[in-house]
Design a protein around this ligand. Structure first.
Ligand code: BTN
Length: 241
């Protein structure tokens, strides 16, 4: 097991930025956790609501094979699904590329960022809604927490420990050994985007089609009406649940 250090803060602007500071000092294998974030961010620079009651953390690593870092997003999502199952018995799913949801309601988002300077690092940010009992207006129809689903509170520290254990298990057994195909196989077992009719919204367009798989770079493959295959590198997926 690779040794790592956890730093816990009451409040931070963003655990991603704190992890970046550590990376610039040449450090890695560090986990940053904060009880609240004033400037939590999601994909596409969206605001990520980070009030007390959620698990907000970033994992800072310096992998040799940083070129495969999209797989770290997959590993994080698998770890979250497994930890939720262990703690709550709930069966959650992954929506490509990085959301963990329960019946279409988002429980967790993951943001993987490269930090390139003297050395190449990667920061995997995980935001999991645990004990919030209500949500802000903009997300109240699309978000859920473990508490809003199970009507009880959970031990955030314990969930964090299980996620971290699962994450490093997958990281050590598969990622650093370049076993991306094994990661993909486990991820597919939890992902409910594949084989569904979906709508993909990218920065420039909106497409409808059938999600038929992911390629070796974790891009989503979308079969369009005219039978051509579109490769989706980034975007949001809408599925009807
Ligand atoms: C997304 O779904 O768009 C990704 C959300 C990622 C949120 C987490 S919370 C911990 C870490 N710190 C941040 O500012 N963002 C990530």
């Amino acid at each position: 097991m690779m040794p790592y250090k956890i730093y816990h803060f009451k409040s931070l602007p963003s655990t991603q930025d704190k992890a970046r500071e550590f990376a610039k000092k040449g450090l890695s294998n560090i986990i940053i956790v904060a009880d609240t974030q004033a400037k939590g961010r999601g994909r596409f620079k969206r605001k990520w609501h980070s009030t007390k009651g959620g698990l907000w953390m970033s994992i800072l690593l310096k992998p040799k094979n940083i070129g495969s870092m999209q797989y770290l997003t997959f590993i994080a999502a698998i770890s979250v699904v497994k930890a939720i199952k262990k703690i709550t018995k709930l069966k959650t799913n992954i929506k490509w590329p990085n959301d963990v949801h329960y019946k279409g309601k988002k429980l967790c988002g993951i943001l993987t960022e490269g930090v390139f300077g003297k050395s190449s690092n990667v920061v995997i940010g995980i935001g999991l809604n645990v004990n919030q009992s209500e949500f802000q207006e903009e997300i109240k129809n699309t978000a859920a927490s473990l508490r809003t689903i199970k009507h009880r509170a959970f031990d955030i520290k314990k969930i964090k420990e299980i996620i971290v254990d699962e994450f490093f298990y997958l990281y050590n057994h598969f990622y650093i050994k370049n076993k991306e195909q094994s990661i993909l196989k486990i991820w597919k077992g939890h992902c409910d985007t594949i084989n569904k009719e979906v709508i993909v919204i990218t920065k420039t367009k909106k497409m409808r089609g059938k999600a038929i798989g992911v390629d070796n770079d974790c891009n989503l493959l979308l079969k369009l009406k005219n039978n051509s295959i579109a490769k989706i590198i980034e975007g949001d997926i809408q599925i009807r649940y």
